[in-house]
Design a protein around this ligand. Structure first.
Ligand code: SF4
Length: 704
C-alpha cells in the first residue's frame, strides 16, 4: 500500500481579526508547504466552523514577503529606515523615551495601544506605561471603537460587557433591533443568528442610513439621517409610553430615574422625530409595535450610533427603551454592543485605557489603585492619574507629548482628522512603532520593532460576549521577530526594571488574574487550563478553588444589575445636533464604515492578495439624485471635501443610500483616506470622535 505522511496535528485557535473571534483549527505547515492551513472548527459555538474571507486567509500574512523580520532604525545619515539588530533598536527606543522624560517630564512620553492586542499585552502595556515610564499618557485605538457603548453601559448597569448574553440567545428572542451595525460586512458568520431568528418567527428591525446587505434581511428597515439615532430612540420611547406599553412592575422593582427619563422622552412627538430623522411616523409606530409585541426583545448597537459626539447619550436612549419595556435583566432580552476589534472587549479591561486599571478598575479610585499597586509591587501614590483620551493624546503630539510608543495601531489611517494626526506624528521628537508590517504609522517612526503574529504566540482574547478565549501558538515565528511581551520586557530592563515584565503569556495571565480579582471584570477564576477545557469562560469569574469552581457568567443582570442598589439607572437624555451640520458650503452628510474584505486601517488585510483583489480601494457611495446633480456616472472619480481635508474614490451609485448622504469605507491611506475628512469632535463622556457624521461638499475630482 502507498504510504502517506501522517497529517500534521490540528491546533484549535481563533481568528486574529474581529470581535467575533471565530474558532478555527490550524494545521501544518506540512512538508513542502510554506504556511499553516485553516481547517474548519465546527464545535466552537459562535461561528460553528464558518469564517469570512479575512479569517480564511489569515495565515497568508505569516509567510508574506512584506512582513517585517528585522528591526528598522532611522539613519541619521540617510534619513531612511535601515535594518538594525535588536540590541541597537531597543537601546534607541530606551534612549529616545529617556531623553524626552529628562527634558520634558514623565507625561511628555506617550503610549498608544490597540484593541487587537491580547489581554496579556494590553495588561503589560498599561503596567509598562505606569510603572516603567511613570506616564499618565496612555490610551488606545479602542477609544475609537465602542467607548460610547462602554460609558453608557457603565452608567445604566454599573458594568460594561459588550453583550450581557451569549450570541446563541439571539435567535431565541422575539425581536432584534440592530442599530448602526452591518453584520453582513463586519462579521458575516454572525448573520446566521439573524437568519435563525427570522426562521424561528422573530422579527428583525435594522436602523441604518444605508440599505446595507444586513438591512436587506430585515422585516423593517428605518433609514434615519446620520446623527439622529438618539431622536429616533426617544421617539420610540415616547410612543411606548403614549400607547401604554411600558412595564411598570419592572420599572418599579428594578430601575431608578424613570420619571426624569420619561419626561425627557415625552417631548419627542412622532411628528417632531420624523422631522429630525426623516423616518416617517407610520414606520416609527411599526417599529414600536414590533418591539413591544414580541415576548422578549433585544437592542444591539454598533459603531453607527456610538461613533458620534453624542454617542453615549444615544446608547443611553436605546437602553432607556429596553428598561422602560422590561427588556433588560431578563432571559432573552437586553441591550448589547457588538464590539469591533478582535480584543475590543478585553483590550478595554486591563489597563491600556487612559482612565483605567486592570480588572476594569477606575484609575481615580483609591481602593483600586491600592489593590493594583500591591500586585505590581509599587506604592499606590507612584501610579499616575488619568491621562488624555486617544484623539486628545494624538492632538498633543509634538507639543505636550514629545515621544510616543505605538503598539498594534495605525492612527495615520484610523484616526479622525488623519492628516492633522499624521502631521502631529511627524512633529514628535521620537516615535517607536511595534507592528507586523510597515504600516503608514510605522513608516514615520524612528525605530520599528517587528513582532510575532497571532499564530506564532499564545495569548487570551475576550470576545464580544465576554467569553475569554485562548489563541494558541501553532507555528514558529521567523527568526528576527519578537513578541510584544518580549519587547516590553526588554525595554523595561533597559529602563531599570529587571523584574515584573515576563515574556511568557501564561505567567502574565496569572498576574492579570490577581490584578483583576475583586474588580468589575474579575478574571481570577479563569486559567489557561480552564479556557482550554471549556473552550472559553465568561467573566466575571471569581477565584477558582478546590472547593468552588465558579462557572463563569454567560448571562448578566438576571437577578440584579451591577449598581450599588442592584437597580438599573435610567439616564434622561435629549437629542442634539451633530457637531457639524450641513450648510451652504458643505451641504451633504458623510458617514463612514467598513467592507467585508478589509479590517480596520487595512494594515494587515491590504497585504493579503485575495482580500486586496476583492476590495482594492475606497469608493464613494451616493444616491442617483446626487450623482445627477454632479453629472457623475458610475466609476467617476468623486472628491469628498470637508473643512479638514479631502478624500477621493470612484462613484458607486445606489438607491440604497439617502440622497443627502454619502458613504466611504475607511481602510485605505493616500487620496482615498476618508479619515482626512472626518470630524474629531468628541463625546463629552466617552471622548469618542464623531466618525459617523460630518458636513461635506461632494464634487467631481477631475472638475476644474
Ligand atoms: Fe475573523 Fe471576524 Fe471574519 Fe470571524 S467574522 S473569520 S472573527 S474576521
Amino acid at each position: 500500500p502507498e504510504l502517506t505522511a501522517p497529517a500534521a496535528p490540528l491546533t484549535a485557535t481563533h481568528c486574529p481579526y474581529c470581535a467575533l473571534q471565530c474558532g478555527m483549527n490550524l494545521r501544518g505547515p506540512g512538508p513542502g508547504e510554506e504556511t499553516v492551513q485553516v481547517v474548519e472548527r465546527p464545535d466552537f459555538p459562535v461561528n460553528r466552523g464558518a469564517l469570512c474571507g479575512k479569517g480564511r486567509t489569515a495565515p497568508a500574512l505569516l509567510s508574506s514577503r512584506v512582513r517585517l523580520t528585522e528591526p528598522l532604525v532611522r539613519s541619521a545619515a540617510t534619513g531612511r529606515l535601515e535594518p538594525a539588530g535588536w540590541e541597537e533598536a531597543l537601546e534607541r527606543v530606551a534612549e529616545g523615551l529617556l531623553r524626552t522624560r529628562a527634558a520634558h517630564g514623565r507625561d511628555a512620553v506617550g503610549v498608544f495601544g490597540g484593541g487587537g492586542l491580547t489581554n496579556e499585552k494590553a495588561y503589560t502595556l498599561g503596567k509598562f506605561a505606569r510603572v516603567v515610564l511613570g506616564t499618565s499618557q496612555i490610551d488606545y485605538n479602542g477609544r475609537f471603537c465602542m467607548s460610547s457603548a462602554a460609558a453608557a453601559h457603565q452608567r445604566a448597569f454599573g458594568l460594561d460587557r459588550g453583550l450581557p448574553f451569549p450570541m446563541e440567545d439571539i435567535p431565541r428572542t422575539g425581536c432584534v433591533v440592530l442599530v448602526g451595525s452591518n453584520l453582513a460586512e463586519t462579521m458575516p458568520p454572525a448573520l446566521r443568528f439573524l437568519t435563525e431568528l427570522r426562521e424561528n418567527g422573530g422579527t428583525l428591525i435594522v436602523i441604518d442610513p444605508r440599505r446595507t446587505r444586513t438591512a436587506e434581511q430585515a422585516d423593517l428597515h428605518l433609514a434615519p439621517r446620520p446623527g439622529t439615532d438618539l431622536a429616533l430612540a426617544l421617539g420610540l420611547l415616547h410612543l411606548v409610553v403614549a400607547e401604554g406599553r411600558t412595564d411598570e412592575a419592572f420599572i418599579a422593582d428594578r430601575t431608578t430615574g424613570w420619571e426624569e427619563a420619561r419626561s425627557a422622552a415625552m417631548a419627542y412627538w412622532p411628528e417632531l422625530v420624523e422631522r429630525i430623522t426623516g423616518v416617517g411616523v407610520p414606520q416609527l409606530r411599526a417599529a414600536a409595535s414590533l418591539f413591544c409585541d414580541a415576548s422578549s426583545s433585544m437592542v444591539l448597537t454598533a459603531r453607527g450610533p456610538e461613533q458620534q459626539s453624542k454617542g453615549t447619550d444615544t446608547v443611553s436612549a436605546w437602553i432607556n427603551l429596553c428598561l422602560a419595556t422590561g427588556r433588560a435583566g431578563r432571559p432573552l432580552s437586553g441591550y448589547g454592543c457588538l464590539t469591533g476589534q478582535g480584543n475590543g472587549q478585553g483590550g478595554r479591561e486591563h489597563g491600556q485605557k487612559a482612565d483605567q486599571l486592570p480588572g476594569y478598575r477606575k484609575l481615580d479610585d483609591p481602593a483600586a489603585r491600592a489593590h493594583v499597586a500591591e500586585v505590581w509591587g509599587v506604592a499606590p501614590e507612584s501610579l499616575p492619574g488619568p491621562g488624555r483620551s486617544a484623539y486628545e493624546l494624538l492632538d498633543a503630539l509634538g507639543t505636550e507629548v514629545r515621544s510616543l510608543l505605538v503598539m498594534g495601531s495605525n492612527p495615520v489611517v484610523s484616526a479622525p482628522r488623519a492628516a492633522h494626526v499624521e502631521e502631529r506624528l511627524r512633529s514628535l521628537d521620537f516615535l517607536a512603532v511595534a507592528d507586523v508590517v510597515l504600516s503608514e504609522t510605522a513608516a514615520l517612526a524612528d525605530v520599528v520593532l517587528p513582532v510575532t503574529q497571532w499564530a506564532e504566540e499564545t495569548g487570551t482574547t475576550t470576545n464580544l460576549e465576554g467569553r475569554v478565549l485562548l489563541r494558541r501558538r501553532a507555528v514558529s515565528a521567523p527568526p528576527g521577530v519578537r513578541s510584544d511581551l518580549e519587547i516590553l520586557g526588554g525595554l523595561a530592563a533597559l529602563l531599570g526594571h529587571e523584574k515584573g515584565f515576563p515574556a511568557d503569556p501564561e505567567e502574565v495571565f496569572e498576574e492579570l488574574r490577581r490584578a483583576s480579582a475583586g474588580g468589575p471584570a474579575d478574571y481570577s477564576g479563569i486559567t489557561y487550563r480552564r479556557i482550554a477545557e471549556e473552550d472559553g469562560v465568561f467573566w466575571p469569574c471569581p477565584e477558582d478553588s478546590a472547593e468552588i469552581r465558579h462557572p463563569g457568567t454567560p448571562r448578566l443582570f438576571l437577578d440584579r444589575f451591577a449598581t450599588p442598589d442592584g437597580r438599573a439607572r435610567f439616564v434622561p437624555v435629549t437629542h442634539r445636533a451633530a457637531a457639524e451640520e450641513p450648510d451652504e458650503d458643505y451641504p451633504v452628510l458623510l458617514t463612514t464604515g467598513r467592507v467585508v474584505s478589509q479590517y480596520q486601517s487595512g494594515a494587515q488585510t491590504r497585504r493579503v492578495d485575495e482580500l486586496n483583489a476583492a476590495a482594492p480601494g475606497p469608493f464613494v457611495e451616493l444616491h442617483p439624485l446626487l450623482a445627477e446633480r454632479l453629472e457623475a456616472a458610475e466609476g467617476d472619480r468623486i472628491a469628498v471635501v470637508s473643512r479638514r481635508g479631502r478624500a477621493v474614490g470612484p462613484a458607486r451609485i445606489t438607491t440604497g443610500i439617502r440622497p443627502d448622504t454619502v458613504f466611504m469605507p475607511f481602510h485605505w491611506p493616500g487620496e482615498g483616506r476618508v479619515n482626512s475628512v472626518t470630524n474629531p469632535a468628541l463625546d463629552p463622556t466617552s471622548r469618542m470622535p464623531e466618525f459617523k457624521v460630518c458636513a461635506v461638499r461632494v464634487e467631481r475630482a477631475d472638475a476644474g
